[in-house]
Design a protein around this ligand. Structure first.
Ligand code: FPP
Ligand code: MG
Length: 330
């Protein structure tokens, strides 16, 4: 048997490559977060400085470095991307009625839905204000389109919620719109700002999209397999929210009819009551292994797209980032 050793990816080693630039991003985040309304500062700082992975700005910075170097505009847009992501999480936790985010009580639980939505709006507006400083119409157009797609993804998800007949294709469409698009845009922005060639730009768009798909596929697998301490979110959230994610779609297809019925009813009901039973069926049918396999395919697709870049430590880091997106446990 051909046993291929899997190298463990060190995420900190990837991050260390853009350490100085990330400090500049963090400084800009803090400077931009200042509002004359104390509660805005409080909630903004609470969500943005509590240990997110900063994956999207990292992607933008690594890509820019792989294309030849970083300028002010890259730093600005890396910050914009993190602001948009954070704004979307504030809104998402209200929509999903989440209680835990990044290992702490979610902002909606601490300050309520209204304050969370409004501070999300504040971050979103600040992101757009910051973006206008680039004066680049292509950049502004891309970011505006991205937020439209993000929102469409969330609405599509809402339509599919509590529907056990959601197909794999419908699920993939949702995760492409709600998650992968922002990864795609981070890489695309770096290409635009760096005046990359059309081939490089297309390659990086493909890389970002596939990376984002891998990331969300694993997110949906971890919702059944991780633990609260490591994930910083409650397990089984997706089932409670009635989300028909890939582990459930696959499990319903390969489980016995009575087991598929248990899952379908749990999705319709949207409750944690049947989590243990559903979890057992998901594991028994190898639905997690299947989800990982699909994520690995996306990661390999992302890596293949990097043929557009010449060799560098940054290209290697982008390759590692794709592998990390599948290996991660948090
Ligand atoms: C998390 O998904 C949510 C997203 C990836 C996107 C949320 C987007 C919006 C609410 C649209 C509004 C956008 C802006 C910029 C204001 P998840 O619920 O599967 O992940 P989770 O388990 O981390 O909550
Ligand atoms: Mg959520």
């Amino acid at each position: 048997m051909n046993v291929c050793p899997v190298t463990t990816i060190d995420f900190n080693a990837i991050k260390n490559l853009t350490c100085d630039e990330m400090i500049a991003v963090d400084k800009l985040i803090l400077a931009t977060l200042s509002s004359k309304v104390e509660l805005v500062n409080k909630i903004g700082c609470y969500i943005i400085s509590n240990g997110g992975k900063r994956l999207r700005p990292l992607l933008l910075l690594l890509t820019a470095n792989a294309l030849g170097g970083i300028n002010e505009c890259h730093i600005t847009m890396a910050t914009v991307v993190e602001f948009l992501h954070t704004a979307s999480l504030l809104h998402d936790d209200v929509i999903d009625e989440a209680s835990l985010r990044r290992g702490r009580e979610s902002a909606n639980l601490v300050w309520g839905n209204a304050a969370s939505v409004l501070v999300g709006d504040f971050l979103y507006a600040n992101a757009f204000q910051m973006m206008t400083r680039t004066g680049d119409v292509q950049v502004m157009d891309l970011v505006s389109q991205t937020v439209s797609t993000l929102t469409e993804g969330e609405v599509l998800q809402l339509i599919n919620c509590h529907n056990p007949d959601t197909t794999e294709a419908q699920y993939l469409e949702v995760i492409s719109c709600k998650t992968a698009i922002l990864f795609r845009t981070a890489a695309h922005l770096a290409a635009l700002i760096s005046d990359a060639t059309p081939e490089q730009t297309q390659g990086l768009i493909n890389y970002g999209l596939a990376l984002g798909m891998a990331f969300q596929l694993i997110d949906d697998a971890l919702d059944y397999t991780s633990n609260v301490a490591e994930l910083g979110k409650n397990l089984g959230n997706d089932l409670t929210e009635g989300k028909t994610t890939l582990p459930l779609i696959y499990a319903m297809q390969y489980a016995r009819p009575d087991e598929a019925h248990i899952i379908a009813e749990a999705i319709k009901k949207g409750s944690a009551d049947a989590f243990q039973q559903v979890h057992e069926i998901v594991i028994k049918t190898d639905a997690i292994a299947y989800t990982f396999q699909r994520a690995e395919e996306q990661a390999e697709k992302a890596i293949a797209a990097l043929v557009c870049l010449s060799d560098s430590v940054y290209k290697d880091a982008l390759i590692d980032l794709a592998r990390f997106s599948v290996q991660r446990s948090y």
